[in-house]
Ligand binder design. Structure first.
Ligand code: G6P
Length: 363
């Protein structure tokens, strides 16, 4: 067991640290810096869809939310659905729609059911999965592998970052219909993808998450906020945290705080806020931070230092500056480390949290 963990105390720690390598593996041969283009061999015979629906569960659903936003930013209507909900009320689609199932294992019953239901109604399906030959890979019309390597920890880590990276490749490939906007965004994205593994390594090497969590033991609840592409990161940060610490944690769209969750905010509810860049989104999230601070809640900001969020946060977790689409991957790494160190400090069963399974094969 200890050998399999390569000296780490937990598979989760090993897998968090493996991310620079798993991302390199995900991107290898798929990003061409010279031509400034993306190629995904598995997708050579797929047409650009008119619209996209994504189905997934758990962490993969958070990846689906992120990928849906990328498609929409490219002008392709896209919506992410919880697979268990989709089955009972599938969204309408036409013959040019693509149904994408994101599933690490390729075996999650809810996701398979949603994909099968869509297939029954004539949809074209694409599986985004980590497991070669898995049920989703076999049953879908198309498959793209995230190439993260085996993940043992029940709480998904490296597979989430590879799902996000693969999502970028997918969107570039499927939306590359020659629009000026698309080619420009691809050109800027490619160097950011190239730098991602090294930047993620520096996040891991320099993270202060371990000492920050010491300040926040024994609080009532932990909230995570973000807007735009950082909303899925906030949701995933909270999911990771609750899965392995057993503490109450919730993720919210930053703008929704004032529509309800603010009633829960006290000096006993630390807020983890993801804020990068210095544009309008960052400014709005900083306004939300001020709202929680007015209720005496401590704030931990995950930031690239571009905005003045440091002035308002009690602690910061730093990430390097990068393309706005890539910042969520780096921010998520900090939140993985927050969850991990908190759970470790609390002596939780990190790799096998109570009541949870790595792959859920019942609906
Ligand atoms: C389980 C796991 C989660 C995972 C979810 C979806 O609940 O504990 O970590 O995100 O299943 O799994 P999938 O294999 O479909 O991505």
């Amino acid at each position: 067991d200890q050998t399999a963990k390569s000296g780490y105390n937990h598979f989760m720690a090993k897998e968090i640290h493996e991310q620079p390598a798993s991302l390199r593996q995900c991107l290898r041969g798929r990003v061409n810096e010279l031509s400034g283009s993306v190629s995904v061999e598995e997708l050579s015979d797929i047409d650009s869809p008119e619209s996209v629906q994504l189905v997934a569960c758990g962490t993969s659903y958070h990846a689906a939310l992120y990928v849906a936003r990328l498609f929409r930013a490219h002008g392709v209507p896209a919506q992410a659905h919880l697979a268990s909900e989709y089955v009972t009320a599938p969204a309408p689609f036409d013959s040019d729609s693509l149904l994408i199932g994101i599933t690490q294992s390729g075996e999650t019953a809810d996701t398979l059911s949603a994909l099968r239901e869509a297939q029954r109604r004539g949809a074209s399906t694409l599986a985004v999965t980590n497991v070669v030959g898995s049920t989703a890979a076999r049953e879908c019309d198309h498959v793209v592998y995230i190439r993260a390597g085996p993940e043992i920890g029940v709480a998904a880590t490296k597979t989430f970052s590879s799902q996000l990276a693969t999502g970028n490749l997918l969107v570039e490939k499927l939306c590359a219909s020659g629009t000026k906007r698309t080619s420009e965004s691809t050109r800027e994205l490619i160097p950011a993808l190239r730098d991602l593994p090294n930047q993620l390594q520096s996040v891991i090497d320099n993270s202060t998450a371990k000492s920050v969590v010491e300040e926040y033991l024994d609080y009532d609840a932990y909230f995570f906020i973000g807007r735009g592409l950082h909303r899925p990161v906030a949701l995933e940060g909270a999911l990771k945290f609750k899965e392995i610490t057993y503490e109450h944690a919730e993720g919210f769209a930053a703008g929704e705080l004032k529509h309800g969750p603010l009633a829960l905010v006290t000096q006993r509810t630390p807020i983890f806020a993801v804020v990068t860049g210095d544009g309008e989104r960052a400014q709005k999230t900083i306004s939300n931070i001020k709202e929680v601070q007015a209720r005496d809640a401590p704030v931990v900001a995950v930031t690239d230092g571009q905005s003045e969020v440091r002035r308002y946060a009690n602690h910061t977790l730093e990430i390097p500056q990068t393309h706005p689409r890539i910042a969520p991957v780096l921010a998520n790494t900090q939140l993985q480390l927050v969850a991990y160190h908190m759970a470790d400090r609390m002596n939780r069963s990190i790799d096998k949290p109570r009541n949870l399974a790595k792959s859920v094969t019942v609906e």
